[in-house]
Design a protein around this ligand. Structure first.
Ligand code: SF4
Ligand code: SF4
Length: 101
């Protein structure tokens, strides 16, 4: 089953072949006006995070499961993301889909 959330941060513990299995994510970027000022706050460095001891939910994340503080993004609707597709970058796990309004 696919998702409309694609993540290139393969160094994140929740990343499985481009899919995010954190169930829900928090994107930060309060007052961000460009993509590099946004980041996925749910990112966990897979070298320092042990998934076998993780007791949280690990279902496939989609854009409906994003809570986002980037209030200057055109897709931000009261803290939810209404983009039809979101790409998270490898670099800083920033949001490639961010577009300033
Ligand atoms: S960086 Fe964020 S979107 Fe990407 S796999 Fe990790 S938690 Fe999911
Ligand atoms: S597209 Fe915009 S609203 Fe959606 S997660 Fe990225 S920065 Fe937040």
């Amino acid at each position: 089953m696919g998702s409309n959330l694609h993540c290139s941060a393969t160094n994140c513990a929740f990343n499985q072949t481009g899919g995010c299995y954190a169930s829900q994510i928090k994107v930060e970027g309060f007052d961000a006006v460009i993509t590099p000022e946004t980041y996925c706050d749910t990112f966990k460095d897979k070298d320092n995070f042990n998934m076998t001891n993780y007791h949280g939910d690990t279902s496939l994340t989609s854009t409906q499961n994003i809570s986002c503080s980037a209030n200057k993004c055109t897709y931000n609707s009261y803290g939810a993301c209404n983009a039809s597709h979101v790409d998270i970058n490898f670099e800083n796990s920033s949001c490639e889909t961010f577009v300033a309004r």
